[in-house]
Design a protein around this ligand. Sequence first.
Ligand code: UT7
Length: 317
Amino acid sequence: MTQHGFRFAGLGAALPDKLLTNDELAETMDTSDEWIRERTGIGSRYLGGTTSGLATEAAAAAMERANVGPEDIDQLLLATTTPDYMLPGTAPAVAENLGLDCGALDIQAACSGWVYGLVLANGFLLQGQKRILVVGAETLDRMTDYTDRGTGILFGNGAGAAVIETGGGGEILGWDLGADGKYIKILWAEHGDTMLMDGKEVFRQAVTAIQRSANAALDRAGLTVDDIDFVVPHQANVRIVEAAWKRLGFTMEQTGMRLEETGNTSAASIPLALDKVLDEGRISDGDTVMLIGFGAGMTWATTIVRWAGDARSATTA
Ligand code: UT7
């Protein structure tokens, strides 16, 4: 579809220091490690930090891995549901921290935001820019009620970032972006308040959205499920992924997960999982990789990429 190339020059991740395990959570809430693991696949989550701080740390790691300096970045896209302030956006602060002198824009598409960012980055590359920094960063502890059994078990903080550049033989083979505002009030928060969620409805809509978006991206790429080597889905609940995979025909063996360690980190979850998968040496240049985000809005976003760039050896991780 594109001639210009789409290369993951480097990925980076950042997690705050404070780890909250299920057992620790069960000290303040009527729940248990066993229940949370069985119903969600989550074992712990990280709390603390700031969105701009975590974003800066992840972005700096991605730039170091890509071996580029601030002058090499043409655009900063920051996907977040938890900006530092209501006004202004968080991207300008991150750009300042990194010493960037380029456009800096927040994307609010909830858990789909980072994949929206990849598609937007592709658009900037098509318009002649060379290198785009796409960051997903969240401090969801600021809008999570850790005494609520529905949401308190799920969410945590973190950030992931990628430097995307032209050339290198990679490309976006297919993509799909979508939104359905009928479902705003199945997962939402008023200004200054904590999140409210209809967990069962989010679960149902998420499975449908994943299936629909994956198929739309495959159609656009002229590919089938069998052509996909590896998938990294948004890390919300392992049962959502398993239910969607049953319908689509993917296996957990070809799936990148970091949910057990981090919980749901919304816009940060896919780059955080990707960073781990690269450390494990599970993606190589030339692989066909699908990334699927879904979440509040509802929003959903899928890209299928021919992978090029940051492909680490498991032995050097
Ligand atoms: O990025 C998208 C973010 N959102 C999501 O991914 C949410 C998707 N939904 C979910 O993950 C699930 O709906 C939850 C994990 C939130 C809840 O799981 P569920 O299987 O839908 O549980 P439920 O609300 O139907 O509750 C089942 C039982 C109930 O007990 P009874 O009535 O059967 O006796 C609940 O009271 O489990 C009980 N329960 C809990 N028990 C221990 C509900 N929450 C908990 C809990 N610990 N945290």
